[in-house]
Design a protein around this ligand. Structure first.
Ligand code: NAP
Length: 282
């Protein structure tokens, strides 16, 4: 990233920059967001934390996001979730400029993903599948189970696995007999937010497990997989912490650089880059 950011600066004369929006003071989120901003600084990316008081109205939040959309010195925007209850998610989704939506939450980017075009991917789902690909795990034709169907993790992870030609089943809180579905899988991606949901007894021997969950239990951070029972059964498993999380942060920076590149090109040639379909999707 450092080299790529340096090359970007040489080419365009400015650094890529991220705006991280947080609504209301939430200590764990602030720690996490400051970590992202530190990663930005480490590779030469500019970053600002935009703290908005928790009592903000939806209209005022929209107005602040529009300012960031219009700010030529901001190339990517992420908004920390969850929002305060009073503010509908649509206040962010409908307002965010899809070209600055580097975490792939805007309906345009979700549509591009679904139809096999190269938009911004939800970063955590991207990380889960990127870990499998970079670890040399064969995905074509293999049976994958994704636990969780949220728009930010489960659903996009399932679509990305389909793109890699896996045979994908998506499970959720109403799935009957989760254990038997999980036992059929060679690849298991767990994103439920339930500590200990997947145990070694539920896994097929040799399964590859990506644990996306982040749960605070007492003073520890654990995933959704019971590591003690799963480790002896799985052939590979991502740790929590230290697995999907850091890869997500790193990929977010690559998404930002891509956004900055597209915006710089658009400023030069006067039109946005054309849509590209993704070769491996059908
Ligand atoms: P979410 O919106 O709460 O979605 C959770 C999903 O899990 C839902 O689809 C839910 O089913 C399903 N689920 C809940 N309990 C279940 C059960 N007992 N059996 C089967 N499915 C169950 O959460 P999210 O935003 O997708 O996040 C999921 C986890 O990933 C959380 O622990 C979160 O902290 C973590 N996360 C990690 C990163 C990272 O960088 N590593 C980033 C984002 C999120 P229904 O749809 O039926 O309710």
């Amino acid at each position: 990233m450092k080299d790529d950011v340096a090359a970007f600066k040489r080419r365009y004369g400015h650094a890529p920059a991220l705006a991280v929006v947080i609504v209301g003071r939430d200590a764990p989120s602030i720690v996490y967001l400051e970590q992202i901003l530190r990663s930005c600084r480490n590779v030469g990316i500019g970053g600002q934390l935009v703290e908005i008081p928790g009592r903000v109205s939806a209209a005022a939040l929209r107005a602040r996001i529009r300012e960031l959309n219009d700010d030529p010195h901001v190339h990517g925007i992420i908004v920390q979730m969850p929002l305060p209850r009073r503010i509908p998610l649509s206040a962010v989704l409908d307002t965010l400029d899809p070209d600055k939506d580097i975490d792939g939450i805007h309906p345009r980017n979700a549509g591009l993903l679904t139809l096999g075009y190269d938009g911004f991917l939800p970063t955590t789902a991207h990380a889960a599948v990127e870990i499998l690909k970079r670890s040399g795990i064969e995905l074509t034709g293999r049976r994958a189970v994704v636990i969780g169907r949220s728009n930010v993790v489960g659903k996009p992870a399932a679509i990305l696995l389909l793109r890699e030609h896996a045979t994908v089943t998506v499970c959720h809180s109403r799935t009957r007999d989760l254990a038997s579905v999980v036992r059929s899988a060679e690849i298991v991606v767990v994103a439920a937010g339930k500590p200990g949901l997947v145990t070694g007894q539920m896994l097929k021997r040799g399964a590859v497990v990506v644990d996306v969950g982040i749960n605070v239990v007492g003073d520890r951070i654990v995933g959704d997989v019971d590591m003690d029972s799963a480790r002896p059964v799985a052939s590979a498993i991502t740790p929590v912490p230290g697995g999907v999380g850091p890869v997500t942060n790193a990929l977010l920076l690559t998404h930002l650089l891509r956004a900055a590149e597209a915006q710089a090109q658009e400023a030069r040639v006067g039109r946005p880059p054309p849509l590209r379909s993704v070769a491996s999707s059908r």
